[in-house]
Design a protein around this ligand. Structure first.
Ligand SMILES: Nc1ncnc2c1ncn2[C@@H]1O[C@H](COP(=O)(O)OP(=O)(O)OP(=O)(O)O)[C@@H](O)[C@H]1O
Ligand SMILES: [Mg+2]
Length: 184
């Protein structure tokens, strides 16, 4: 397994830039799972991915927490789901995801890790976390890596491959460079 790509994101502009790189590598049938504590930026990254995948920027993209699943048209059929409120694995079969995936949807699934076994086509797991302020010498302290602490806006994003196709996407993401990679 390729090791995860780790990216530091300083702002929503950074989220957008990262989303534009990743979106270019996604294809119909791909499912991306987004995880991370409340407020880490799962919906923000999903929104930028949807725009980069061709959703009209005038479209208001809200969190699917209550509806569970939102559907969009971009350069493919697009699904944005949030499984936070699901309790049982069987419920995943009841949200209409299968049908959309059978039609070739690209799916972005917040809080999907708990139900990964029930999901089709998972290529990547994106873990988002908060990054604490740098210490004075400019080197990250151990504590800075604590994902649940958030003194600043900075985010740490780890992208893990979940399939062979995911490995391919990771390699291409790395080749594209311009990602502020650092050892995971
Ligand atoms: N890269 C970023 N830089 C600065 N602010 C960000 C970044 N990403 C997200 N935010 C801000 O953090 C807040 C929470 O983001 P978002 O709703 O995307 O998080 P979430 O992980 O989906 O949260 P939840 O688990 O509650 O659904 C928003 O106000 C958003 O604008
Ligand atoms: Mg959210």
């Amino acid at each position: 397994m390729t090791s995860p790509i780790v990216v530091e994101i300083e702002s929503l502009e950074g989220t957008r830039a990262f989303a534009q790189k990743l979106a270019g590598l996604l294809e119909p049938g791909d499912t991306v799972v987004l995880e991370g504590p409340l407020g880490a930026g799962k919906t923000s990254l999903s929104r930028e991915l949807l725009f980069a995948l061709g959703v009209d920027e005038d479209e208001v993209i809200t969190s699917p927490t209550f509806a569970i699943l939102h559907e969009y048209e971009g350069r493919a059929l697009l699904v944005h789901a949030d499984l936070y409120r699901l309790e049982h694995p069987e419920e995943v079969g009841e949200i209409g995801l299968d049908e959309l995936q059978a039609e070739g949807a690209i799916s972005l699934i917040e809080w999907g890790l708990r139900f990964e076994q029930e999901l089709e086509g998972v290529v990547l797991l994106i873990e988002l976390g908060f990054l604490k302020r740098r210490v004075d010498d400019g080197k990250p302290s151990q504590k800075e890596r604590d994902w649940d602490e958030h003194d600043s806006q900075r985010r740490l994003v780890r992208v893990h491959a979940r399939s062979e196709r995911g490995e391919n996407i990771l390699r291409r993401l790395a080749q594209e460079g311009a990602l502020s990679e650092r050892p995971g």
